[in-house]
Design a protein around this ligand. Sequence first.
Ligand code: KIV
Ligand code: ZN
Length: 516
Amino acid sequence: MSKTRVHIFDTTLRDGEQSPGASLNVEEKLEIARQLEKLGVDVIEAGFPISSPGDFEAVRRISALVGDVTVCGLTRAREKDIDVAWDALRGAKRPRIHTGLGVSKSHLQHKLKMTEDQALEVGVNAVRHARKLGCEDIEYFTEDSGRAEPEYLYRVLEAVIKAGATVLNIPDTTGYLTPEEYGALFRGILEHVPGSENVTLSCHCHNDLGMATANALAAVRNGARQIECTVNGIGERAGNTSLEEVTMALVTRRDSFGLDVGLHTEEIYNTSRMVSQMTGILVQPNKAIVGANAFAHSSGIHQDGVLKERTTYEIIDPKSIGIMESKIILSARSGRHGVRHRLEELGITFGPADEFEKIYERFLKVADSKKVVYDEDLKAIVSDSITTVPQTYELERVQVACGDNAIPTATVELRHDGKVMRDADTGNGPVDAVYRAINRIVRVPNDLIEFTVQSVTEGIDAMADVTIRLRSDSNIYTGRSAHTDIVVASAKAYVQALNKQLDRTSGRPVPMLDHV
Ligand code: KIV
Ligand code: ZN
């Protein structure tokens, strides 16, 4: 591996999916994996195979799907976990087992209930077992390295290198360290661990103190050559290092870092949108690189500067991450050819011909109620038209009566098994009334725990993008839909989430790492 090349290890489908509420079904994971390959990541951590049949299936199918990208499966330091992961990775051209266990006093005493020596032996045996199975690419994680005694960490790392580990992941699991401390940890490893110069050092940061990106960059300045990150920075608690932030920091400040990444950065924006859409986790507007305001200039002075010369207030060309300004104005008069052409320019691919027809049908309806259909509208239409979840119920019609002196009342019609079912109810507002009326037909218990509305573009005719989350038992289901009518978008988002709830395969518990 070249000394100046930094590998991007994407863990959106594993650590990212551990975000509260981000439950993806297998089809969605495959679609994201396809996009990650297009983006050019070096490693896809596709899941934690022993944690559920869904994770096993996702790792198995992603292994068969992607070409040169390394596919990685997470395991605890247990033989059974490693056997199952190896089985799931069988079809991969470049399979990697990612195993390990905790190294901090807190993890050893309270979670693992082992002495340092016992835990070291368990880790070494896990690596040896993976080797015995024929795995040549073994990544070892020392969980909670950020709060570990460096001497013990060094001892573990030396032992697992000798046992056959090829990549050492040094996670700051709790997001505790500062950039100076995390950088020093990598320097210390290179100085004190024999053999560390011959393996790849990997950084894995969490964002509890908002330092995940800075910490990852400090690690690469001090010898790390793999960054573990997620799209939009999603992940446990406050999330992981964000893929787009570290990538664009390394690209934009190559003069400072002197390091290369192999990503096709023009795919960043599309990937961000896809992950947000599928997980139902919205991107905060002021999020670096991919937030809606990342390239918005609102003050007169800034606007004037940017119009004279973009670089006065922009350090990144939006085009370099795939934000393209449309030269074609789409409206109700645009034909199939124009719409298809613009979709291709935006890098949006779709499957069978009837998928495009569905998009075009939705486009015509939106174009009917809006004069101009912008790129953002088009992307919302596409994600609204293509779904990988069985459509057990489909919204046929929704009608509400509301106002300051009226009792909010909704009538809905849903199509189910070829039949149209109708019901009505009242509520404390139009959306509440719609949801109650839908519940009278679908009848599955759940709690609505989040309801968010965003406007897709600006102006009074903008489409409303509604995201909702339902909880049923310990599972969370998201639904998202965009429409020029906020009540219709709300109803469609709700029906989508209910369909996910009914499609039991998407509802699985979030995997937990409870070692030994
Ligand atoms: O944060 C962490 O320590 C992890 C490991 C399982 C790699 O995600
Ligand atoms: Zn993590």
